[in-house]
Design a binder for this molecule. Structure first.
Ligand code: NBP
Length: 474
C-alpha cells in the first residue's frame, strides 16, 4: 500500500514551500500541490531529500494522498485565491476533514468561510502564521482558530513545527472561528507600532543627538542586551550598520523614505474603530507610513516654516531608551486591549497571557518583555490594562520623566514623534481624574440635544439651550 501523507500543503510560493519543508524535516510525510505544477516539481527536486514529500499534480491526487481525517493547509494569496482554492477542494473532502488557511486572511472572511464549511461538516481553521519565510522554515509562531476538536487533530503537528521558547511551543489554540486570524492581525498591528517607535528613536538619535548610523547601530546593539531585547531591535542594528556597496554610504541613507501601509496594519485600526478601542500607537504608525508615502504632498509642504534640527546633542541616549520602552508598553497594552475587546465581541474566550507566550519566539515581535506580559496576565487574567500591572506601572513610573523630556525636546526641535507623543497622551488620558469629554458632552447637548449624564445623579439630562437654559430630564 502506498504511503499516505499526514498533512498536505497547497500553494507552494515562499511561505507554503517552507512550511511543507518544515513539516517534512520533522518527519511528517507531506503532500504538496500548487496551482501550477512547476513549483511542486521544483520543491521536490530541490528539497526532496529533506523528508517525505508526496507531489500531486491535480486536486484529486492531492486529496487522495492524505490520511483521514484529512488535514489540508492552504498557503495562497489571501482574498479571492483562498475562496477559489476552497471551492476547488471542499467538494472533494468528507465530513471531519480539516482545511487550514495559513494565509493572512481578514478574520471576517475566516468567520464566513468557517460557517459555510461547518454546514458541510468540514472544519475550517483560520491560522495566523508569523515569522516570514525564515519562520515558516525554522519554526514560526502559529495562531490557529477554528474548533477545539480540529485542534486536537492539528495541534500536535502545528506545535511540532512551531518555534519553541524554553521548551514551550509558540502555538496554541487561540479560539473558535476567526480568533486566530484576528490575533494575527493585532500582532501585525503591534508590529507596525513597534517599528514606528524604533524608527522615531533612530530619528531622535540621528537628527536630535547628531549620531551617525554606525554609532546608532551600536546603541541598538547595546539596547538589545537589556529590557528592549527583541528581534526588531536586533535587525535594526543590522540595518543601521549596513553600508551600501554602490555608494559606500550608510544603507539607510540610500533607501527612499516612503513606506507602504496595507493589509493587516490597516485592518487592525479599522477594526479597532469598530470596536471602540483606542489603538493610537498602531494608528499613528499606519498614518506615519501614509504620510511618508505621499510624495506629492510632502514635496508641496517641504518649505513650511519650523525649527531645523541641529543635531546639537539635546537628546540623551538613555532618555530615548526610556521613552522607547514606555511607549512600547503602551502600544502592547493597546493591542492586548483590542484582543480582549474582539474576544468579548465574538465570544472567543481568548487567553491573553497565552498570546504573549506564543509570540515569544518565531514571530516578528518576539521580545524579552513578552515574558513580563505573560506574567502580568498569569497574575490577573482579567487585567484591564498592562499599564496597571505592578511591574509595568513601576517601569513607566521610572521612565516617564525621560519620556516627557524626549517628547518635549523633539517637539521643540521639530522632529516628529507621533508614536512617542500619542503613547504619552494616551497614558495621561488614562490616568486623568477628569477629561475634557465633559465639555464635549456639553457641546453635543447644545447643538444636537444629545443629552448628558451628571456626576451626582442617575439619568440623562438636557439643557434648554434655546430657552431659559433650565435643565430637564431626558
Ligand atoms: P503569495 O501571497 O505570493 O501567493 C502565491 C501563491 O498563491 C502561489 O502558490 C500561487 O499559485 C497561489 N495562487 C494565486 Br496568486 N491565485 C491562486 C488561485 N486562484 N488558485 C490557486 N492558487 C493561487 O505567497 P506567499 O508570499 O508564500 O504567502 C502565502 C500566504 O501566506 C499569503 O496569504 C500571505 O499573506 C501569507 N503570509 C506571508 C508571509 C510572508 O512573509 N510572505 C508571512 C505570513 C503570512 P501559482 O504558483 O500557480 O501562481
Amino acid at each position: 500500500m502506498t504511503e499516505l501523507a499526514r498533512i498536505g500543503v497547497t500553494g507552494l510560493a515562499v511561505m507554503g514551500r517552507n512550511l511543507a519543508r518544515n513539516l517534512a524535516r520533522h518527519g511528517h510525510p507531506v503532500a504538496v500541490h500548487n496551482r501550477s505544477y512547476g513549483r511542486t516539481k521544483e520543491l521536490v527536486e530541490e528539497f526532496g531529500h529533506e523528508g517525505t514529500f508526496l507531489p500531486a499534480e491535480t486536486a484529486e491526487q492531492f486529496v487522495a494522498s492524505l490520511e483521514r481525517p484529512r488535514r489540508l493547509v492552504i498557503m495562497v494569496k489571501a482574498g479571492g485565491p483562498t475562496d477559489a482554492v476552497i471551492d476547488e477542494f471542499a467538494p472533494l473532502l468528507e465530513p471531519g476533514d480539516m482545511i487550514v488557511d495559513g494565509g493572512n486572511a481578514h478574520f471576517a472572511d475566516t468567520r464566513r468561510r468557517e460557517q459555510a464549511l461547518r454546514e458541510r461538516g468540514l472544519h475550517f481553521v483560520g491560522t495566523g502564521i508569523s515569522g516570514g519565510e525564515e519562520g515558516a522554515l525554522h519554526g514560526p509562531s502559529i495562531m490557529p482558530g477554528g474548533s477545539a476538536e480540529s485542534y486536537e487533530a492539528l495541534g500536535p503537528l502545528l506545535e511540532d513545527i512551531s518555534a519553541k521558547v524554553d521548551g514551550t511551543p509558540c502555538c496554541t489554540h487561540v479560539g473558535p472561528d476567526g480568533a486566530g486570524h484576528f490575533v494575527k492581525m493585532v500582532h501585525n498591528g503591534i508590529e507596525y507600532a513597534d517599528m514606528q517607535l524604533i524608527a522615531e528613536a533612530y530619528d531622535l538619535l540621528r537628527r536630535g543627538a547628531g549620531r551617525q548610523p554606525a554609532e546608532i547601530a551600536d546603541i541598538f546593539r547595546g539596547w538589545n542586551e537589556g529590557r528592549l531585547g527583541s528581534y526588531l531591535i536586533e535587525i535594526t542594528s543590522e540595518v543601521l550598520a549596513h553600508t551600501d556597496a554602490a555608494t559606500g554610504k550608510p544603507f539607510v541613507d540610500v533607501v527612499l523614505d516612503q513606506a507602504e501601509q496595507k493589509g493587516t496594519g490597516r485592518w487592525t485600526v479599522q477594526i479597532a474603530l469598530d470596536l471602540g478601542v483606542p489603538v493610537s500607537g498602531i494608528a499613528e504608525a499606519v498614518f506615519a507610513r501614509s504620510l511618508s508615502g505621499d510624495a506629492d504632498l510632502r514635496s508641496a509642504a517641504r518649505g513650511l516654516p519650523g525649527p531645523v534640527p541641529t543635531g546639537a546633542s539635546d537628546v540623551l541616549v538613555d532618555d530615548v531608551e526610556q521613552a522607547l520602552y514606555a511607549s512600547k508598553i503602551v502600544a502592547y497594552a493597546q493591542g492586548f486591549n483590542q484582543i480582549q475587546a474582539g474576544s468579548a465581541e465574538y465570544n472567543w474566550n481568548i487567553d491573553a497571557g497565552a498570546m504573549a507566550t506564543i509570540w515569544r519566539g518565531g514571530c516578528i515581535i518576539r521580545a524579552k518583555f513578552l515574558d513580563r506580559i505573560k506574567a502580568a496576565y498569569d497574575g490577573d487574567p482579567g487585567l484591564p490594562s498592562l499599564l496597571v500591572d505592578d511591574h509595568f506601572q513601576e517601569a513607566v513610573r521610572g521612565a516617564q520623566d525621560a519620556w516627557r523630556r524626549v517628547v518635549a525636546t523633539a517637539t521643540t526641535m521639530g522632529i516628529p514623534v507621533p508614536g512617542f507623543s500619542s503613547a504619552l497622551a494616551y497614558y495621561d488620558g488614562l490616568r486623568a481624574e477628569r477629561l475634557p469629554a465633559a465639555l464635549v458632552q456639553g457641546q453635543r447637548d447644545f447643538f444636537g440635544a444629545h443629552t448628558y449624564r451628571r456626576v451626582d445623579r442617575e439619568g440623562s439630562f438636557h439643557v434648554l439651550w434655546g430657552g431659559d437654559r433650565g435643565e430637564v430630564t431626558a
